[in-house]
Design a protein around this ligand. Structure first.
Ligand SMILES: CCCCNC(=S)N1C[C@H](O)[C@@H](O)[C@@H](O)[C@H]1CO
Length: 649
C-alpha cells in the first residue's frame, strides 16, 4: 500500500503495521557484487517474477490474475507502462479505470508481489507503436528513440509527469517497486544513440533518486548498444537458447552481481495469417530449473498475456508487414481467460524446489458460457453513417493525407474522390510504393469492389462513370512495435493510380467509429438507410440476454471475413476469421450485463458476411486454426460437440 495510504488507517493498526513492516529507512534492494546476488533489506534475495500487462486485462480481473501468480510461487511481477495508453494527446493524461496504474500497484502489494517496472519510454511488447504515442508522428521528420530534440522534448514532458508519481512507490520509500528498466532492448534498434540513453539514465536518476536499481534489458546481440555504465545490465532469451553461452556473454558486461534473465519466454506472440505459436512445457521448465540452479533471478515473459483490445495490437515487419493478433494468450502459464494451465503447475513445481510456494490450491478455471447461434441484423453500410462518423466533415487536400497529418491515431479513415472521366473498361486501381498502410476497402458509388493490402500483390480493376464517387476506406492495422528504424505512418501514403491517371483532389473523413457504436446508432437513420447488398464495410448488430449466472466466453464468427467487434460499447478488438489462426475473441464475463438485462453486440464487417449472419459464444477458445470452411457448433448441454461442417466459404 502506498505510504500515503497508510496514514488513513486507524492509528492502532497503523502502529501495528509500522512495527511489523521494515521502516522505510531500513528498506533496501541492492546488488551485492561480492556475492553475485541481490540483497533485500540486507538479506540474500532472488526474484522469480512473471510478466502481466495491466493494459491487456480489465481492471476488475487484476486481483484475480495477481493472486494466481502469487499462488504459483512468484515473488515479483514485471510490467511495462505504455506511454500512449496514458497520454492520448500531448499534455492530456489518463490514469483512470483500466488505465489506473497506481490501482494496479496497490493490487500487486495486496498480492504480496514485488514490482519490476519498465516505463520505457519505448516498450515494444507487440503493443501499438511499441508504446510510443502516434501523435509524435505529427512531426513527420521526428527520429524516434534518439536524441532528436523533438523526441526528447516529448519524452521529458511525459517522464516528468510519470516518474514523480512512481517515486513514492519505490521499495526504499515504502512501496513495492524494487527495480526500474530504462528503455527496452535499445541494442536491437539501429540508431545506437548513446547520448539518448545517457539522457534517459540522467533523467531517471534525477527524478527517482540514487537508491533505486536502474537496469537495461537486451538480447545477446544487443548488449553492445543497449548497455550503459551506471545501469545494471540484464539479458533476455528463451528455452531454446544456449543459457551457458549467453550468461558468459552477459558476464563480459556485468562481471559481478546476480545473473538476470528479464524475459524468459514461456511462449510466443501470434501474427494474423501465421501459425499459432507454442513453447513446450518440458523445454520451458528445464530452462527455468537450470537458471534457478545457477542462482539467477528470472522474469518469465509472459506469465499471463491477456488481450489486445481495441486497436492496441502492434506489428512486426519480417519480409512483410505482420500485425499481431487480438489474443495475446502467448501460450503463457495463465491462459488469456485467466485459467491455470499444465505449464503453470509444472513451473510451480520447479519453483518449489528453490523457494517457498504458498500453500493451498490454485483457483480452478473460471466458469465458461455457451450461447447462440445468434442472428445479427443489418444496420447499414458504413457510408450510410458518414455524417455521424465524421461530424466535423471532411478535410480537403490535392494529395491524400496520412492519419497522423489529420490527428487520427487509430482505426479507420475514409478517402473520397470523384472520377474525372468515365472508365468503361475494367482498369487497374493501385497505389505506388506499397503506399497502402495497411488495408484499403474500395467502393465505387457505394458498391464494394475489393481490397488492397500492404505488402500484398492485389489486382483490383474498376469501372465507373464520370463523377462517380470513389471511396477508399483505410484501416490502420497497428503500428510497427519492433525493429523498424522508420516511422510507421498510416493511410494512403501515395496518390492512387487508376489506369494512367494519378488521382488527386481528395476528401479525408477521419472516422470516430467507437463514439458512434458506444453512444448510439441514429435510430431514425436505421429506418431510412437503404441497406445495399451486404458487402463491403457494413454494420451488423443484435441484442441478447445471458442465461443463468453466465461466465467467460469466446465469440466465434463462423463465415465472417474481417472486422471489429464491440460488446456493450467496449471495443473487443479485431477479428479475421478468414485469415486466422485466431478464430474466437475472448469475452470476459464482467463485460456482460447480468441475466435480465440485454447485451448489445455490434460488428463492423469490412468485406463479406456469411449467407447466414450468425455468431456464437463458445466455452473454449480457438486460437490455432485457419478455417476455410464454415462451422457451426451444434449446441449440446455439456459443451460444444464436434463442429458440424456447414459449407465451404
Ligand atoms: C519477432 C520480433 C519480436 C521482437 N520482440 C521480442 S524479441 N521481445 C522482446 C521485447 O522486449 C518484448 O517487449 C517482446 O516484444 C518480446 C517478444 O514477445
Amino acid at each position: 500500500m502506498a505510504p500515503q495510504k497508510l496514514l488513513c488507517l486507524p492509528s492502532l493498526l497503523l502502529l501495528l503495521l509500522t512495527r511489523l513492516l521494515p521502516q522505510a529507512d531500513t528498506r533496501s534492494f541492492v546488488v551485492d557484487r561480492d556475492h553475485d546476488r541481490f540483497l533485500l533489506d540486507g538479506a540474500p534475495f532472488r526474484y522469480v517474477s512473471g510478466s502481466l500487462h495491466y493494459f491487456r486485462v480489465p481492471r476488475v480481473l487484476w486481483a484475480d490474475r495477481l493472486f494466481k501468480m502469487r499462488m504459483s510461487g512468484l515473488n515479483a511481477v514485471q510490467f511495462y507502462v505504455p506511454w500512449n495508453y496514458h497520454e492520448p494527446e500531448p499534455g492530456v493524461y489518463n490514469f483512470n479505470a483500466n488505465r489506473d496504474l497506481f490501482a494496479f500497484l496497490r493490487e500487486a502489494t495486496l498480492a504480496n508481489l514485488l514490482v519490476i517496472l519498465r516505463p520505457g519510454p519505448y516498450i515494444c511488447a507487440e503493443w501499438e507503436m511499441g508504446g510510443l504515442p502516434a501523435w509524435l508522428l505529427r512531426k513527420p521528420k521526428i527520429h524516434l528513440r534518439t536524441s532528436d530534440p523533438d523526441f526528447l522534448a516529448a519524452v521529458d514532458s511525459w517522464l516528468k509527469v510519470l516518474l514523480p508519481k512512481i517515486h513514492p512507490w519505490l521499495y526504499h520509500n515504502g512501496g513495492n517497486i524494487i527495480s526500474i528498466q530504462v528503455e527496452n532492448e535499445y541494442g536491437s534498434y539501429g540508431a545506437c544513440d548513446m547520448s539518448y540513453m545517457r539522457h534517459l539514465a540522467g533523467l531517471f536518476r534525477a527524478l527517482l533518486g540514487d537508491k533505486i536499481l536502474l537496469f537495461t534489458t537486451d538480447g545477446p546481440e544487443g548488449l553492445k548498444c543497449g548497455s550503459l555504465q551506471g545501469l545494471y545490465t540484464t539479458i533476455d532469451f528463451g528455452p531454446a537458447d544456449n543459457m551457458t553461452k549467453i550468461f558468459a556473454l552477459l558476464r563480459k558486461y556485468e562481471p559481478r552481481g546476480p545473473l538476470v534473465n528479464s524475459e524468459y519466454y514461456t511462449g510466443w506472440l501470434d501474427y494474423w495469417g501465421q501459425n499459432h505459436s507454442t513453447r513446450s512445457v518440458p523445454a520451458v521448465t528445464k530452462g527455468l530449473e537450470n537458471m534457478l540452479k545457477l542462482g539467477a533471478s528470472v522474469n518469465m515473459y509472459m506469465f499471463h498475456g491477456g488481450t489486445n483490445f481495441g486497436y492496441w495490437n502492434g506489428a512486426d515487419e519480417k519480409g512483410r508487414f505482420l500485425p499481431i493478433t487480438t489474443s495475446y494468450d502467448y501460450d503463457a502459464p495463465i491462459s488469456e481467460a485467466g485459467d491455470p494451465t499444465p505449464k503453470l503447475f509444472a513451473i510451480r513445481n520447479v519453483i518449489s524446489k528453490f523457494q517457498e510456494v504458498p500453500l493451498g490450491p490454485l483457483p480452478p478455471p473460471s466458469p465458461k458460457m455457451m450461447l447462440g447461434p445468434l442472428s445479427l441484423h443489418l444496420d447499414g453500410n458504413l457510408l450510410a453513417f458518414l455524417d455521424f462518423l465524421c461530424p466535423q466533415g471532411p478535410i480537403h487536400s490535392i494529395l491524400p493525407m496520412t492519419f497522423e497529418a489529420v490527428n487520427q491515431d487509430h482505426g479507420y479513415m475514409l478517402y473520397r474522390t470523384y472520377l474525372t472521366h468515365t472508365v468503361s473498361e475494367p482498369t487497374q486501381f493501385w497505389v505506388p510504393n506499397n503506399g497502402v498502410h495497411d488495408r484499403a476497402y474500395v467502393m465505387v458509388d457505394g458498391v464494394f469492389q475489393g481490397v488492397l493490402e500492404r505488402n500484398m500483390k492485389h489486382n483490383l480493376f474498376l469501372t465507373g462513370k464520370k463523377g462517380a464517387k470513389l471511396d477508399v476506406l483505410l484501416e490502420n492495422m497497428g503500428r510497427l512495435s519492433f525493429g523498424s528504424n522508420s516511422s510507421d505512418f498510416k493511410g494512403l501514403l501515395e496518390p492512387p493510380i487508376l489506369g494512367q491517371t494519378v488521382l488527386t483532389q481528395w476528401l479525408m473523413f477521419p472516422l470516430k467509429v467507437d463514439n458512434l457504436v458506444k453512444w448510439w446508432f441514429p435510430n431514425q437513420l436505421l429506418k431510412s438507410s437503404h441497406p445495399q447488398t451486404p458487402s463491403g464495410p457494413t454494420f451488423y448488430s443484435t441484442t441478447f440476454p445471458i442465461l443463468d449466472s453466465g461466465g467467460d466466453t469466446f465469440l466465434f464468427l463462423p463465415g465472417w471475413t474481417k472486422g471489429q467487434v464491440w460488446i456493450n460499447g467496449f471495443n473487443l478488438g479485431r477479428y479475421w476469421t478468414k485469415r486466422g489462426p485466431q478464430q474466437t475473441l475472448y469475452v470476459p464475463r464482467p463485460l456482460l450485463f447480468p441475466r435480465g438485462a440485454l447485451n448489445k453486440i455490434t460488428l463492423l464487417e469490412l468485406e463479406n458476411v456469411p449467407l447466414q449472419p450468425q455468431i456464437q459464444f463458445l466455452d473454449r477458445p480457438i486460437l490455432s486454426s485457419t478455417m476455410h470452411k464454415t462451422y457451426i457448433y451444434s449446441l449440446s448441454a455439456e459443451s460444444a460437440s464436434e463442429p458440424m461442417e456447414l459449407s465451404g466459404h
